[in-house]
Ligand binder design. Structure first.
Ligand code: ADE
Length: 242
């Protein structure tokens, strides 16, 4: 998968070279290009923003700079990317979004700062390529860079060969619509807290049932909205007894 990021803070994306993502780059499972938006300005101040039409606080990112930058990044390939624009005004990014994007050959993240990017940039790009404006949660960040990092990590770990054990992705929170329950490792007793007996019983059916119950209880307590949203028939009789 090819991933490009357009930003006025290229160094903000340095964590992409770390840990799991760094390894995925090394193994050539992903190639990452980070591009400085200011390279596409033509004035001495390298300005990327201007005051908003209609008045109001804050600044808006200029369409000319974004237009040139997108043309330059997109123009270097005969394919077209899916353009992702992180914004608190976007549709929610979820595990389903990550799964869908993991099938894409090329993602291009356009990170805005200030009040946002002139809407015509998004409308114009949408005439040529798929575009999604997405939010990573109901809070406001200073810019799209941190959100892009979050989304790139969520997508990359789903790519074949990136996680050591592919079952990890399959058994994640959200993979079955529920939050994952608690997990334990050695020692058997730590600061007077024992590991639950059932996990040391060797009874695999009992362990599976216990894990499922823990996931159900945790989801009911922490995210009742997820439980209510489960498709019809997801819960069996044993689940409903809880
Ligand atoms: N930019 C600022 N806030 C954001 C959010 N919550 N999600 C995505 N991009 C953002």
């Amino acid at each position: 998968m090819r991933i490009d990021v357009l930003t006025i803070f290229p160094d903000y994306l340095n964590p992409l070279r770390e840990a799991l993502l760094g390894k995925a780059i090394e193994q050539e499972r992903i190639s990452v290009g980070v591009h400085d938006l200011r390279d596409f300005t033509h004035d001495v101040h390298r300005s990327v923003d201007d005051s908003p039409y209609g008045g109001g606080p804050g600044m808006v990112m200029k369409p000319q700079v974004w237009g040139e930058a997108l043309d330059a990044v997109v123009g270097s390939d005969e394919r077209l990317p899916r353009l992702v624009v992180p914004t608190p005004a976007g549709r929610p990014f979820t595990q389903d979004t990550a799964r869908r994007w993991a099938e894409e050959p090329w993602l291009l993240f356009g990170c805005g700062r200030y009040e946002g990017i002139d809407q015509r940039v998004i409308d114009d790009a949408a005439e040529r390529m798929p575009v999604e404006e997405v939010s990573i949660g109901d809070y406001v960040l200073v810019g799209g860079e941190a959100a892009a990092l979050v989304m790139i990590e969520a997508v990359t770990r789903l790519l074949p060969g990136v996680l050591g054990n592919p079952l990890s992705a399959e058994q994640d929170s959200f993979s079955d619509g529920l939050l994952e329950g608690p997990c334990y490792t050695r020692p058997e007793v730590w600061r007077n807290h024992p590991v639950p007996d059932v996990l040391r019983s060797g009874n695999h059916a009992a362990v599976d049932r216990w894990r499922r119950d823990q996931a159900l209880v945790r989801t009911a307590r922490r995210r009742p909205d997820l439980l209510r949203g489960l498709p019809e028939g997801t819960l069996d009789a044993a689940d409903r007894r809880l």
